[in-house]
Every structure is written in structure tokens, then in C-alpha cells.
Ligand binder design. Structure first.
Ligand code: F3S
Length: 64
């Protein structure tokens, strides 16, 4: 599983990081720091929750 994030549209809600700071790393200004994440085994549920938590709906789950 991968996560793809439309970083340019991030407004810094930080709801994703509230679900998992490990998966959804923020930069010093509080915006998402990454555009693509390989989800480690066992973290799939957190990935899905993080994606759902973003009010901007810019986090996409790519099932493999
Ligand atoms: Fe940005 Fe959405 Fe997270 S706006 S900081 S990707 S909750």
C-alpha cells in the first residue's frame, strides 16, 4: 500500500499527523512534508484513517 498526497493543496490541518505522526510527517510550518509514502506492514488501518481525516481530501490510498 502507498499513500499519495497532493502536497500543494495542504493547508496544514494536521489531522493526518494526529492519527499517525510516523506516517504523516509534517514540516516545520505544520504542512505535510511528503508526497508519497510506502505504508509499512501493519500500518494500513492508520493510513486509511489518516486519509479520511484530512478535510481537504488530498490524501489518496493506493492499494497494491
Ligand atoms: Fe495537510 Fe490534510 Fe494533513 S491539509 S496537514 S494533509 S490533514
Amino acid at each position: 500500500m502507498k499513500i499519495r498526497i497532493d502536497k500543494d493543496r495542504c493547508v496544514g490541518n494536521a489531522r493526518c499527523a494526529a492519527i499517525s505522526e510516523t506516517l504523516f510527517e509534517l514540516d516545520d510550518d505544520g504542512y505535510i512534508a511528503v508526497t508519497e509514502i510506502d505504508v509499512p506492514p501493519g500500518m494500513e488501518a492508520l493510513a486509511r484513517r489518516g486519509a479520511r481525516a484530512c478535510p481537504e481530501k488530498i490524501i489518496e490510498i493506493i492499494e497494491e
